[in-house]
Design a protein around this ligand. Sequence first.
Ligand code: F0G
Length: 487
Amino acid sequence: MSDQTQNNVVFFSGENVPLEMHKARMVQRVRLLDVDKRLEVITQAGNNTFLLPNRDVFLDMLTDSGVNAMSEAQYAAMMLADDSYAGSETFYRLEKSVQDFFGTEYFLPAHQGRACENILATAYVKPGLKVITNYHFTTTKGHITRQGGEVLEVVGPEALKTTSQNLFKGDVDLDLLDQFVQKHGPEKIAFVRIEAGTNLIGGQPISLANTRRVAEYCKSHKLKLVYDASLLADNLYFIKTREAAYKNKSLAEIVKELGSLMDIIYFSGRKLGCARGGGIATSNKEDYLKMRDLVPLFEGFLTYGGMSVREMEAMSVGLRETLDFHVISQTPIFVEALGQELQKKGVPVVTPFGGLGCHVDASSFVDHVPQTQYPAGALAAAIYLTSGVRGMERGTLSEQRNPDGSEVLAQMELVRLAVPKRVYTLSQMKYVADRLGWLYQHRKMIGGLEFIEEPKTLRFFLGRLKPVGDWQEKLVAAFKKDMPTGL
Ligand code: F0G
């Protein structure tokens, strides 16, 4: 009997190929601009890949947020949406889907992950309070600091090493957690937050064993435990495939176990559930009531929370499909395939391979570019120039300056090449690796960037930069020598 919960198709040739268990029935045309045009476009975009129009992008690997391929069942469900302002049947279906998924009792809808963070931070964070987390996410930190709180991080030292053997780099260092709790006192801790599939350190998972220990610690110290489940699908794959104790547990059992350990769970439905929305789940009535009234204030009535009802229907189905091993394996096995191709060409990448995307180590790729000139931002611009591929800077540019104006130098300088679920093919991944291989051979030509317009908060979204010197023109000339068509 074949086991549909395992990757059990082995190629006779011995090749390691990420075999798809789906077929594409609707496609989107993409176009590849030549390198001269790409230089023009990236200059207009202020060397910020967020500001590129998608029409000028060949492969959009900016994010997996809201851009995963949806299933036919999700599209079909959208037709059933009930758009009543209050008491929509769609809400009750989604509520039931969330309850069945996490095993929790109450559900609050919100328009996306950061909206959940706004509600959580507004409800629980006060000036002077701390939030302890395995690692921060940009919008999470933004909401916590906006309320006057401070974020303290407790991943172990391996988490910040780009290459490592540690299969769960998102794990919490319990000694460090205890040190912070002893130092500040439990009454100063707004909550402890665990982020599944730790985004900013390379989509790295946290083990269920470690999650359980953190939950026990929080319980014994009367600390509220919050789970950011946005990247749970990837994390689930890694629990199932890397944690021996869970090899024979069903995905449904694993999610229920995780759900039972948390006081509050929130998620971006743009990632978890492959639709566009978000939500908060809890079994604690007091927490539910504390957050409930903020939903109509910030989001919309309690039965839609700012989401389109069609997306809510797609999310209900998407959550159920997250319990299908073939659905959740798609990103991790493609990340691994891309990572291995890049490694063959000497390109430094974060290991072990995580979820979300393949993370290129800019601090090694362009080790001659100082952190104050945003090496990861410069590399992301150079990748667009040489391939038309849009990645995302995850380094110093994604940090916020100190109040005195000095730079906060990021602990890692990464360019993320996100792999949205079921969107790209293996040949497209090979193209990415080919162009990055070329760029790696010409890496010394890459220079830094400097701001020409710098927003005060979340500057990476809308900031505009220019190259330091004329390195981009020189890089384009070198590219045309090797690729005379300019493509
Ligand atoms: N938490 C995590 C771990 C995330 O990765 C994100 C979004 C959010 C919260 C916020 O959710 O976008 O729905 O408001 N990450 C996206 C990304 C933006 O590209 O990694 P959102």
